[in-house]
Design a protein around this ligand. Structure first.
Ligand SMILES: Nc1nc2c(c(=O)[nH]1)N[C@H]1C(S)=C(S)[C@@H](COP(=O)(O)O)O[C@H]1N2
Ligand SMILES: [Mo]
Length: 215
């Protein structure tokens, strides 16, 4: 296991004591209507992971999509790049309290992916697995939003390895931990299954505008 347990424990401890950056005075008005409560703006783009950044070459990269769907697929990089692309500019809110506005992404929309695989009526949740063993989960209804996508370009550059390249999930309306970097497998399920941070006490809904961080 390549996960750095020290990083995980440190993050958990902060959370349990209610003293994470996230506990910073949430009533403080940052003065920017685009910055959710308890968040502050950064101009750089911090890197967060479990102490390990998997390296996946484009030759080796595969994305498997299965579970409660009519047409399970396995995309290699060429198949993935052959899908229609979308360009979106979105804000990025990390639960550790920083927000980065106006990121320009190119990627494949989740709604397109849904059209390809055809979720069955029994599919109610989506479980994401990554190449670093990270996992996270979402209700399918949340994934149907127009701004949910698999990103492979950021600000006109290929998405870097440290930020989850070759491809990662982006769900702009939720805290960034809901977006799996280095995404490897997407499974449609009947039952919700909590992911890495969700089982460690993070919110299952993760709504920045509700300051919905833990529990
Ligand atoms: N595969 C994977 N995805 C992940 C994580 C991770 O550790 N592994 N961390 C999550 C968390 S907690 C955050 S805040 C964002 C950070 O993305 P960034 O490093 O590009 O800023 O990625 C999310 N996706
Ligand atoms: Mo995070």
């Amino acid at each position: 296991m390549d996960i750095n347990e020290k990083i995980v424990r440190a993050k958990q401890k902060l959370m349990q004591r209610g003293r994470g950056d996230s506990a910073r005075e949430v009533d403080e008005d940052y003065g920017d209507p685009r910055v959710p409560p308890g968040q502050h703006l950064v101009n750089n783009w911090p890197v967060l992971d479990l102490g390990f950044k998997p390296e996946i070459t484009l030759e080796d990269w595969k994305l498997e999509i299965d579970g409660q769907v009519e047409n399970p697929v396995v995309w290699n990089w060429e198949n993935f790049q052959a899908q229609p692309s979308v360009t979106l500019t979105t804000d990025f809110h990390c639960v550790t309290s920083w927000s980065r506005l106006d990121n320009e992404w190119v990627g494949v929309s989740f709604n397109h992916l849904l059209n390809i695989v055809g979720p069955l009526p029994s599919a109610k949740f989506v479980f994401f697995e990554a190449y670093d063993e990270y996992t996270t989960n979402l209700p399918l209804s949340v994934c149907r939003d127009d701004d949910v996508f698999l990103a492979y370009q950021w600000n006109h550059l290929p998405l870097s390895r440290e930020h989850g390249g070759p491809a990662r999930m982006i769900i702009p309306k939720l805290y960034a931990w809901k977006g799996a970097k280095w995404v490897k497998k997407i499974t449609f399920t009947e039952q919700d299954q909590k992911g890495f941070w969700e089982v460690r006490g993070y919110s299952n809904t993760a709504l920045p505008w509700n300051n919905d961080r833990y529990g």
